[in-house]
Design a protein around this ligand. Structure first.
Ligand SMILES: [Zn+2]
Ligand SMILES: [Zn+2]
Length: 95
């Protein structure tokens, strides 16, 4: 079955609205979707854009700043640890 990208995108948007997937914001690329909706964090490779889920209790309890002055209520957060993944680092080392 062939499904257009637009259809996939609309479906994922709908899933995100009802909490079946969560939108993972990712710098420099379009919206990504994450099948995990529980709190977890991301390792983001700046070379290949790979996103790896990480669980770390210390990240779960980071103090969230007071955002009331922005009129904003925080309901969840994710930490993005940005850097270079193993594969990309190995590629770099070979050069
Ligand atoms: Zn990489
Ligand atoms: Zn994730």
């Amino acid at each position: 079955m062939r499904v257009s990208r637009a259809t996939v995108f609309r479906t994922l948007e709908a899933f995100a609205r009802v909490g079946l997937v969560s939108k993972a914001c990712h710098p420099g690329s379009s919206a990504r979707y994450d099948r995990r909706v529980d709190r977890h964090h991301h390792l983001v490779c700046l070379v290949c854009d790979r996103v790896t889920d990480v669980d770390d209790a210390r990240l779960d309890v980071l103090p969230v700043p007071d955002t009331r002055r922005f009129g904003f209520t925080v309901s969840d957060f994710r930490v993005q640890l940005r850097g270079t993944c193993r594969e990309c680092r190995e590629q770099e080392e070979k050069r």
